[in-house]
Ligand binder design. Structure first.
Ligand code: SF4
Length: 400
């Protein structure tokens, strides 16, 4: 890939590539890198928005959100990623495990507040094999069959398979049969070897992460894919991350959405690294819409970049603003302080010029808020919950 300081495409070439991508045509990684580095910001955004409108023709006036709760079952982890402020090593005094009753209580609270999805997420506990996840998923599904379990990811599967001494195929089949609906895209971080090794030397390789996802897709367990940008990767490595995902998607079609977000730099061991700037992030959102001609949904991340920037993503190709997140601890531990609730997300989407629609995990529309007069003015239950959660330490602003 080029390292020159000038666009190889030139102005006319950029216009041709942007037009091709806006019309649903494929762009090469080299073209993508050129656009990412040199294209006019507004031209990039306009092309991405045109690609979004084309893909969602007839419902392009909508933007979706989800109500879900992240539940962390343990912070004990053997993988020690340098960017992670959430984990504690085995034996650490601040390590904890949530028992099944606690997890079920949190699910019940989430259901009461209208959640349709639970995202279980946690450390690589040295003793948590497939059996632990089978038990936990079965217990949740038995009690709350209406909740979608969009949880874990390739890293957790790789780890649990090793702990239990079974193949990844067996592990996925067993947790799927116990109730897992789909995998979250967490653990992708950056898939390119050099920056991945620098920030997560003990994690599986990016190639392996994709291999596990490909196996999961083959077994009927779809997923999302993510990108944590801003840990010291080059622009070329950012585009390579996208290419690696697009190649797998060409074979499986199993990635429902792509979710780029920015690394949060507090309370971890990646000293001296900076976050990606807002402009870099928005350029990545737009580029992702143009590059992924084979992934339908693109999520803007208000949690890490802020609500106003989240609104802007809806004009840079994103069709979804993600989740209300009744509980989130992992990214918050590293400094993400943004909070929201349902009425605020509806307001953000509406004032960004779209009609808000609540979706489920499958991106089916559950409620379309087409009449502003019917918008909830406040969500007392959710606000109340959030303040209780902060008091209980469920929503810590920073975990030292
Ligand atoms: S990111 Fe996940 S795997 Fe890495 S240290 Fe944190 S909890 Fe462990």
């Amino acid at each position: 890939m080029t390292t020159s300081t000038r666009s190889a495409l030139g102005p006319a070439g950029q216009i041709e590539v942007l037009q091709r991508a806006a019309e649903g045509g494929r762009i090469t990684p080299e073209e993508a890198l050129d656009l990412y580095r040199f294209a006019d910001f507004h031209a990039l955004g306009r092309a991405a928005d045109a690609a979004r409108r084309r893909r969602f023709a007839g419902r392009e006036h909508l933007a979706t959100y989800l109500i879900d709760r992240n539940i962390n079952y343990t912070n004990i982890c053997t993988t020690a990623c340098r960017f992670c402020a959430f984990y504690r090593a085995p034996g650490h005094a601040e390590g904890w495990i949530r028992d099944t009753d606690d997890i079920l209580r949190r699910c019940a609270e989430a259901v009461d507040l209208g959640a349709t999805q639970i995202m279980l997420q946690g450390g690589h506990h040295p003793e948590f094999g497939v059996e632990y996840y089978e038990r936990t998923f079965s217990a949740i599904k038995d009690a709350f069959p209406q909740l979608a379990l969009h949880s874990l990811g390739a890293s957790e599967v790789e780890h649990m398979a090793k702990v239990s001494g079974v193949s990844v195929e067996d592990a996925i089949t067993r947790i799927r049969d116990a109730g897992l609906d789909s995998f979250a895209g967490a653990g992708a971080e950056i898939l390119v070897e050099r920056p991945r090794t620098a920030i997560a030397p003990l994690k599986e390789s990016g190639e392996r992460w994709l291999e596990v996802m490909e196996i999961a897709h083959g077994l009927g367990v779809e997923s999302t894919a993510t990108f944590m940008m801003g840990t010291g990767e080059t622009n070329a490595e950012r585009i390579e991350h996208l290419r690696m995902i697009r190649d797998v998607q060409d074979r499986t079609g199993g990635f429902r959405a792509f979710i780029p977000w920015t690394y949060q730099p507090e309370n971890n061991h990646l000293r001296g690294r900076t976050q990606a700037s807002v402009i870099e992030y928005l350029r990545m959102v737009a580029l992702s819409r143009l590059f992924f001609d084979n992934i339908e949904h693109l999520q803007g991340s208000w949690l890490t970049v802020g609500k106003e920037v989240g609104q802007l993503t809806l004009h840079m190709g994103a069709d979804d603003l993600g989740s209300v997140m009744l509980e989130e601890n992992v990214v918050s531990s590293a400094g993400a302080r943004h909070r929201s609730n349902r009425s605020e997300l509806i307001h953000l989407i509406r004032t960004a010029g779209r009609i808000p629609a609540q979706r489920n995990t499958l991106y089916e529309h559950l409620v379309i808020h087409d009449n502003p007069a019917d918008d909830p003015l406040d969500d007392p239950a959710v606000s109340h919950f959030s303040s209780i959660a902060v008091e209980r330490g469920v929503l810590p602003l920073v975990t030292p």
